[in-house]
Design a binder for this molecule. Sequence first.
Ligand code: GLA
Length: 367
Amino acid sequence: MTVHVHAPGRVNLIGEHTDQTGGLVLPMAIDRGVTITAEPGTVVNLRSELTDSRAVLQFDPEDGTAVGTRSGWARHVAAVVDELAALGRPPVGMTGVVRSDLPAGSGLSSSAALQVALAVALAVVAEWEIDPLLLAQACQRAEFAAVGVPCGLMDQAASMMARRGHALLLDCSSLERRHVPIPDGVQVLIIDSGVTRQLEHTPYAQRLAEMERGMALIGGRRPADVTTEELDAVMTGLAGVPGRRLRHVVTENHRVRLFVAAVEIGEVDVIALGAILDASHASLRDDLEVSVPELDRLVEIARRRGALGARLTGAGFGGSVIALVPADAVEEVGAAVVAEARSALHLPVTAMSASPAAGAASRAGWI
Ligand code: GLA
């Protein structure tokens, strides 16, 4: 039996840095990702085509956890094996190849795509049936175990459960979700700044701690449940850094609701969607402080070159920007942004249009 699994990367349309505090997110899977082709075996022996290196792991006879060297990308493999063992997966291995056409460090969730591909492949080789949501949550825990990043569920959920042609609206607290169609007439353009970063070397965890301090201002309530009027009341006086972090999360959750309402209303006002993206970027830049000058510049160039709106996507600190563009102008806008940005920023800026793709579970025929 040859197993062939594909897990996509993602961009997030709106709802940035809201998942860690149980809020709302609206990511969409993209048509690039990580593919594993493997045969079942007694050990895990995978070769990465990208790095031409191997992850080789055995199973602890007691509890099925991984035994072997945990360095580089093998940390992710071992962490996924461990999390699945804890859920009762039989210790069946696999031998094969891992391929990826997702640039690493670009904010497109290459590590979540790797974990999700591993998790689905490990489930399939062991003929082990499991709810895709539980598997996505296991991958989220694996990210923390492997590299210590206290990420939310957004990336793994999108890579696992997205539906073709749709974005995934997920409430990271209740785990309620629904698929929201991407409106006709617009296209998402991904503009990769060329400024790469690894999340574990950014202030990602620090921002979460600051947001949690901000939540003390609202009595520890979930920011997604706080109205903008209630926010105004606590923002008077010396709210400082925690207050600004809180303001980002509360307003960003609100923007997810506005965006989804605007899409689901029927006659979609794409100008309004663009304005929501712009407001999100301003909040990420000024209140959460996760942007960098290169991303701010790309957002500004994209708007001037014909985007309806633009914002950084993913964690920030580098990586990519998304721009919402009239569908008939994607190539033109992309080319203009790349040309101007390359000469202004002296960075290897690239652009590609993103089609909303299916997640790994849907491709595996699970959902
Ligand atoms: C990273 C994390 C996600 C999410 C985003 C920011 O991609 O992995 O869980 O927090 O940053 O929205």
